[in-house]
Design a protein around this ligand. Structure first.
Ligand SMILES: Cc1cc2nc3c(=O)[nH]c(=O)nc-3n(C[C@H](O)[C@H](O)[C@H](O)COP(=O)(O)OP(=O)(O)OC[C@H]3O[C@@H](n4cnc5c(N)ncnc54)[C@H](O)[C@@H]3O)c2cc1C
Length: 431
């Protein structure tokens, strides 16, 4: 049986006009034509873009694979997490943080803020919809976005604009390690770590010395576990605050007037005065300064929230790279072997865009990031956009979201009178 259903929004400011076509009532397949943009991902980036679009009178549809907004923050982060950067650098466009929030809001405060944000802009993502494929149909001039819902129900969204907001942290990176199967203890990625409570009294090896690895070590110390930290690479550790200001804020301010190398030099001198020579504790610094390195490679300096004091005191032991895992033990590249009850992999995340977006111009197949560097990576061809892939956290998200909304609004106004015709013609083209 072939049936069509039309759901029409009252105005452009209201719900998008959806025309839904069900080829067969018994089939698990359906096609929905969306005159506005489809946004993939309901994290801060997807929400910010939907809000900026709404503000400009452009309705959108947000697709989210999990059951809630900001799933990274709600489901995959540890209890003690706070924003790493001061709140003024993390708020989304059009709505600031409540005045009572501390400088570094807790994870729960940030999630509450995002919930309020979604409510304020009336953003209701379609949850439990994992986008499994998206490609531009050159004949029609539309994007075809396929999602899989609960019980495998498939939907194809047909739209003129596609906004990729799946994030830099879409999938956990779990490195291959020789002897992984032999270890026998608890081995997990930080995305599954909640608190040091369950590791009380245990010997835990944390692999990776970015902000997450350092903070997990601190959390383990605070819960009387016995953490060791694998440091494979050079790393810049900076105090979170210096000269009475946040290090990040101070850097941004200095960069307005001074060249990056000069600011880097200054940061390193103050860090040395405050923290001492970190190389003495096994944390060698990279050859490039922290800001220059961030700009060139995206590698974020660690903002120390207290971990270094525990490294200095010996409560956290620094170890070299892992050679192989053994039964409840780890052999390091220096030939030493130590016993551990658990291993936490603070080995980061990666983009999942190449796994579902069939497009080769804008996104790199290798790392799933836009090929053009910041600040030009937000826009591709044929109505394709990226938000939140700048390696500049929520500040980058805000910049992208505003630009995208402005750009789409221009076409939206131009094409507004054709929207219903668009939907009808697209409906006829649904397979
Ligand atoms: C521990 C930690 C702390 C951080 N602290 C800060 C900080 O203090 N300040 C800062 O600026 N940044 C910080 N960041 C960076 C962080 O990436 C951003 O804060 C923010 O979460 C990025 O938002 P996003 O929407 O781009 O990505 P995410 O928050 O990752 O949201 C992407 C969404 O897309 C969904 N999705 C993915 N694939 C699909 C698919 N195929 N179909 C449908 N949905 C999909 C995901 O489920 C997710 O909900 C931190 C990151 C981590 C991991």
């Amino acid at each position: 049986m072939d049936c069509s259903r039309e759901i029409q929004g009252k105005q452009a400011h209201d719900d998008p006009i959806l025309i839904e076509k069900m080829m067969n009532t018994t089939s698990s397949w359906r096609c929905i034509c969306v005159p506005g943009p489809v946004i993939v991902g309901a994290g801060p980036s997807g929400l910010a873009t939907a809000a900026c679009l709404k503000e400009r009178g452009v309705p959108s549809v947000v697709l989210e694979r999990s059951k809630c907004i900001a799933s990274l923050w709600q489901l995959k982060t540890y209890d003690r997490l706070r924003l790493h950067l001061p709140k003024q650098f993390c708020q989304l466009p059009l709505m600031g943080f409540p005045t009572g929030f501390p400088t570094y809001p807790t994870k729960q405060q940030f999630v509450d803020y995002l919930e309020d944000y979604a409510r304020k802009f009336d953003i209701e993502p379609r949850f439990n919809e994992t986008v499994s494929g998206a490609e531009y149909d050159t004949t029609l001039g539309f994007w075809r976005v396929r999602s899989v819902g609960v019980k495998g129900k498939g939907t194809e969204y047909v739209c003129r604009w596609l906004v990729v907001a799946t994030g830099e942290n879409a999938e956990a990176v779990v490195p291959e390690m020789e002897g992984k199967g032999e270890f026998g203890g608890d081995l997990r990625h930080t995305s599954l770590y909640k608190s040091g409570e369950e590791f009380r009294g245990k010997r835990v090896l944390v692999v990776g010395c970015g902000n997450s690895g350092m903070e997990v070590c601190l959390d383990l110390c605070n819960h009387n576990a016995r953490p060791s930290l694998v440091v494979r690479d050079t790393v810049h550790v900076l105090p979170r605050e210096m000269l009475g200001r946040s290090t990040f804020g101070l850097s941004m301010w200095l960069l307005k007037w001074l060249p990056i190398r000069f600011v880097d030099r200054l940061l390193l001198i103050v860090s040395w005065l405050m923290l001492g020579d970190t190389a003495r504790f096994g944390l060698e610094r990279p050859r490039l300064g922290p800001l220059e390195l961030k700009n060139l490679s995206g590698k974020t300096p660690v903002l120390d929230a207290g971990t270094l004091a525990n490294i200095k005191s010996g409560d956290i032991k620094v170890c070299p790279s892992i050679k192989r895992l053994k039964r409840f033990a780890v052999e390091f590249v220096d030939g030493k072997t130590e016993n551990f009850d658990a291993i936490i992999l603070a080995t980061g995340y990666k983009s999942n865009v190449p796994s579902w977006l069939k497009e080769r111009e804008m996104f790199s197949e290798k790392d799933g990031y836009p090929k053009r560097p910041f600040p030009d990576g937000w826009k591709g061809g044929n109505g394709l956009y990226a938000v939140g892939f700048t390696k500049r956290g929520l500040l980058g998200t805000s910049m992208d979201a505003k630009r995208i909304a402005e750009d789409i609004e221009r076409c939206w106004k131009h094409e507004a009178k054709h929207h219903l015709a668009f939907s009808r013609s697209a409906l006829l083209q649904c397979p």
